[in-house]
Write a protein that binds this ligand. Sequence first.
Ligand SMILES: Cc1cc2nc3c(=O)[nH]c(=O)nc-3n(C[C@H](O)[C@H](O)[C@H](O)COP(=O)(O)OP(=O)(O)OC[C@H]3O[C@@H](n4cnc5c(N)ncnc54)[C@H](O)[C@@H]3O)c2cc1C
Length: 382
Amino acid sequence: MDFELTQEQKTIRDTAAQFVKHELEPIAAELDQTKNREKLKGILKKLADLGFMGLNVDRKYGGTAAGTVAFSLAMTELGRACASTTVTTSVTNMVAEVIQVVGSEPLREKYIPSLCNGEFAAGGFALTEAGAGSDPAAMRMSAVLDGDHWVLNGQKLFISSAEFAGVFVVWAVSDKEARKGKGISCFLVEPSFPGLRIGKEEKKLGQLASPTNELICDNCLVPKENLLGVPNDGFRIAAAELAGGRIGIGSMSLGIGLAAMDFARDYVKEQARLDLPAFRRRGADRMLADNTTRLAGARFLLLRAAFLKDQKTFYAKEASMAKVYATEAANQACHDAMEILGDYGYTQDCPVERFYRDVRVTSIYEGTSEIQRLIIARELLR
Ligand SMILES: Cc1cc2nc3c(=O)[nH]c(=O)nc-3n(C[C@H](O)[C@H](O)[C@H](O)COP(=O)(O)OP(=O)(O)OC[C@H]3O[C@@H](n4cnc5c(N)ncnc54)[C@H](O)[C@@H]3O)c2cc1C
């Protein structure tokens, strides 16, 4: 692996860093507190204009074609400021990519440009159901072909950006006689399709500016041609796309952890200048050193998984290793940053309070840490 970034990768990383400094950081706390959707959508449109909604998508569909390493670098920079914005960007990239990888040419031409240029504020990835989170093959949403339409019935839970997504990738059981996981298909569903409804919004601990809702299909009519890929191949498609999504979530968590550590380091420096008693400083020194080392390790794992994906070689194990390591390292970093800051870190005056809430879900969604470990072990024992 070449450790030197290309000029394009550096440009994308630096563009993201500049965007964070001038556009995102100044409003991140406000987005969290007010959940101002219009402001969030404004930020998402600016990111689309910069080419950040299709970083690994061909230029002919309006993407940036910069690859997964660039995507990882960008998600880390954005993650330093606002996890709600970053998760929306990461999922939208994932939706654009899945359409590019398995969609028919007319579907690619119809949907990908709108995701990349910001005409759609976001894309939605609708897999999870009650009792089918870690085990999506247990899903119950059904899809029945009736003439020119698939008729979808059932309910998805915890769908990010459902409130304003321009298109959803929705998974449903199309062959209920098939073995578990073998009868699932996926479909592109627009919010305006008859029978689709956005349900209640979840009240969450963190990432408050990113809405998370139920998605209800009540005899939802999906044109026959909006099937993604071939019938009953949906579970394989979900597993493959989630591996790429995990690089995005891991990279975002790295950004949150780095931001927390940077804040704690500056605070310790300031306290040292004010002659803080040596014993407290030593405790902080150790936490700064250990967390910074872990986060550096996380970055290498993430870039390695991204590099392998760009080489079009097998990378699912590496993506899971990177996700479990990065998200757990970032959770520890936010915990320790708050510890270093003491009471101040626990208040809303301090950004670490938000980082601490925002980072928690990164080791849950797109596959919990235990599921990543199962994937890694399965590959090791194959
Ligand atoms: C804020 C937020 C946004 C989300 N956005 C989306 C989205 O956009 N689209 C979408 O489809 N989903 C989304 N999700 C759902 C998310 O992907 C699931 O929460 C996740 O896959 C875990 O599923 P679960 O919550 O049902 O946990 P469960 O599957 O119920 O797991 C509970 C616990 O059991 C453990 N466990 C489960 N099975 C095993 C096993 N076989 N071996 C060992 N341990 C196991 C898990 O590790 C976990 O600790 C979101 C969730 C949240 C919180």
